[in-house]
Write a protein that binds this ligand. Structure first.
Ligand code: CP
Ligand code: NVA
Length: 301
């Protein structure tokens, strides 16, 4: 589970369908939905950056499936003292049955995956956040039905989460309208990939245009973990705050999503984040259900 564009549409559809089923099944996952031999399987999680949702939802998801977990900050490992990623990957593969990593650099994830012999899961990098967007698609669908063909608007920074939304737009087949300042556009290589795959992706600097008629409005923090140019970003992104006026341009039944953590009064007003169209707490909860589906797929259920 390195990135959504590396998986085919049927696999992604299956994972999101399973996530809906996992939610219905609740805490005690029925035997038929558990990976074989799960009691003996351990997920190792490595964090190079902080995490509330990803860390706790993966940990509890693995336990609810019947397996076990070890969570480590990278400074707990010899990785923090200069041991290579490849040695770390090969050693951990001798102990663990799957590895989840939240990495500063995307290259750390891909190097880990290239050297590991067990499944590797992307728990966020500077380039993408695939597990988040699977939970987001799930949240969209539980409110508005199958996402295919339904327009989604991304407003704000063209960041790692926006990239995974582009991957999802192609694989699930929905129009994605992205509004960012011109200096914070999403990675042009990803836009080019999405269009080459027939994706319906609009890139604009006009937030009102992106949101017009959308069924879902999504934003994220203006300053992602590891970014040091906060003042510049806040200045560039000020016109992209999601407020009631912007939300009013979406459809009446549109929902608002934000992966959290959120900064009220910056990327989104408190009125929208805590308002009737917001589904951010369901979205956060759905990380748990989606992680169970992701782990079940990785571990061969
Ligand atoms: N949305 C998300 O990934 O949250 P955390 O950084 O708390 O894991
Ligand atoms: N774009 C944010 C997402 C946090 C879950 C970041 O990378 O910090």
């Amino acid at each position: 589970m390195l990135d959504l564009h590396l998986l085919d549409a049927a696999t992604l559809r299956r994972i999101v369908d399973d996530a809906h089923l996992m939610k219905r099944a609740g805490k005690r996952v029925p035997a038929a939905m558990r990976p074989p031999g799960i009691e003996d399987l351990v997920l190792v999680m490595i964090f190079e950056k902080p995490s509330t949702r990803t860390r706790v939802s993966f940990d509890i998801a693995m336990r609810q499936l019947g397996g076990q977990t070890i969570a480590l900050n990278h400074t707990d490992l010899q990785l923090g003292r200069g041991e290579t990623i490849s040695d770390t990957a090969r050693v951990l593969s001798r102990y663990a049955d799957a590895i989840m990593i939240r990495a500063n650099l995307h290259g750390t994830l891909t190097e880990l995956a290239a050297n590991a012999t067990v499944p590797v899961i992307n728990g966020l990098t500077d380039e993408s956040h695939p597990c988040q967007v699977l939970a987001d698609v799930m949240t969209f669908e539980e409110n508005l039905g199958p996402i295919t063909g339904q327009p989604v608007a991304w407003v704000g920074d063209g960041n790692n989460v926006a990239v995974s939304w582009m991957h999802a737009a192609v694989r699930f087949g929905f129009p994605l309208r992205i509004a960012t300042p011109k200096d914070l556009k999403p990675d042009p290589k990803v836009v080019e990939w999405a269009r080459s795959e027939g994706g319906d992706i609009t890139i604009t600097t006009d937030a009102a245009k992106a949101v017009a008629g959308a069924k879902c409005v999504v934003t994220d923090t203006w300053v992602s973990m590891g970014q040091t140019d906060a003042a510049r970003r806040k200045q560039l992104l000020a016109p992209y705050a999601v407020d009631d006026r912007l939300m009013a341009r979406a459809t009446k039944d549109a929902i608002f999503l934000h992966c959290l953590p959120a900064y009220r009064g910056h990327e989104v007003t408190a009125e929208v984040l805590d308002g009737p169209q917001s589904r951010v707490l369901d979205e956060a909860e759905n990380r748990l259900h989606a992680q169970k589906a992701i782990l079940a797929w990785c571990l061969g259920a």
